[in-house]
Design a protein around this ligand. Structure first.
Ligand SMILES: *Cc1c(COP(=O)(O)O)cnc(C)c1O
Length: 370
């Protein structure tokens, strides 16, 4: 049987009763859209973060898109972010008519190199969009002081960092707003698509609620455009409420998987993930690095182990973003990483047996590379 890089079925086995009870709760509630479950989840997710507001939306991409619009970012504005991210980060910036501006990443953490941000700021810059990639936070202090000094807003992309901390502060609480995805693979995942944007700014919250609801504040009357239909479903909200209570357990389990990898693979010559000082990593994915990545992946196919590459193409090299004008070599660290990184199976309910199988296969393959 193939060892999958991610699998929700072992978790569903354990939680089946609770998940099906959530389904029953919603189906028998008499209200399927924007009801008690969405409201309850929003309150609980905001409370988890110690922020004033959470607005549930239909997916993480729209959590970013509506977040940007709620902060007043739009056509003509530049948003500084990274190319080493999931494409939707950049798709969302593009979708609001703003221009993505890329800085390179740190060669150890693979996260935004904050030393490069100051030089990327122009009179058009409106927003800094750090991506807390793979499960740990970008170094936020330099970004916060740049934002304060230049009158910029910060929107955090927390799609991979639910529950991650930076010097004790939760991801999503260090800027004006933060976007989360609840795509099933994420650290907090729904049984389908979902997302949320959180903020402590009352005006941003009001904007978000209007933006996700056609531009309406009350039924049938559009107050302001743009408007979207980007509501979080009751069904996913109720499942997410149940799972939010276990979020810290999922994170603890992921850390234990990471600990076992670090122990089992310490001496094989792979570069393992390195939490930056002050960071509590939640290991959304377990990214390792080796110059012979492609040979390793090919050899591991013979062991029936599925691997992933997050991400094989830096966003700036994709034809869809050619118009941004970043040629080959413009973000050298990002480009090099894309040829060397790959991820090992990682999810909270990954069994020690399966993990041991992965560890011994990786050890065998890497040590016989020749
Ligand atoms: C998953 C992800 C998104 C998009 O979320 P969806 O729910 O799939 O739309 C955005 N940014 C990052 C970093 C992601 O990992």
């Amino acid at each position: 049987m193939t060892t999958r890089v991610w699998d929700y079925l072992p978790e569903y086995e354990k939680e089946r009763e609770d998940i099906l009870d959530a389904v029953e709760t919603v189906f028998s509630s008499g209200r399927l859209v924007l009801g008690a479950s969405v409201r309850g989840f929003e309150e609980e997710f905001a409370a988890y973060h110690g922020v004033r507001h959470c607005v549930g939306v239909d997916n993480g991409t729209n959590a970013i898109k509506l977040g940007l619009q709620a902060l007043g970012v739009g056509p003509g504005d530049e948003v500084i972010t990274v190319s080493n991210t999931a494409a939707p980060t950049v798709v969302a910036i593009d979708a609001v008519g703003a221009t993505p501006v890329f800085v390179d990443v740190d060669p150890r953490t693979y996260l935004m190199d904050t030393d490069q941000v100051a030089a990327a700021i122009t009179p058009r810059t409106r927003c800094l969009l750090p991506v807390h990639l793979y499960g740990q936070c970008v170094d936020m202090e330099p970004l916060r002081s740049l934002a304060a000094g230049h009158g910029l807003v910060i929107l955090e992309d927390c799609a991979q960092a639910h529950g991650a901390r930076h010097h004790g502060r939760l991801a999503g609480t260090m800027g004006q707003a933060a976007a989360f995805s609840f795509y099933p693979t994420k650290v907090l995942g729904a049984y389908g698509d979902g997302g949320a944007t959180i903020t402590s700014d009352d005006e941003v919250d009001r904007n978000l609620r209007r933006l996700r609801y056609y531009g309406m504040e009350d039924r049938y009357y559009v107050v302001r455009t743009p408007g979207h239909n980007s509501r979080l479903d009751e069904l996913h909200a109720e499942i997410l409420r149940r799972k939010l209570r276990r979020l810290d357990d999922y994170i603890a389990a992921r850390r234990e998987v990471a600990r076992r990898y670090a122990e089992g693979l310490a001496d094989v010559g792979l570069v393992l993930p390195e939490p930056a000082p002050g960071n509590d990593h939640v290991y959304y994915v377990y990214v390792v690095r080796h110059p012979r990545r492609d040979d390793i992946i090919a050899a591991l196919k013979g062991y029936d182990i599925e691997l992933n590459i997050s991400y094989p193409w830096p966003v700036h090299t994709m034809t869809g973003f050619a118009h941004l004008g970043y040629g080959p070599g413009s973000l050298p660290v990002t480009e090099r990483l894309a040829t060397e990184i790959f991820s090992l199976p990682m999810y909270a309910s990954l069994s020690p047996d399966l993990q041991d199988k992965v560890i011994s296969a990786v050890r065998e393959v890497v040590s016989t590379l020749g």
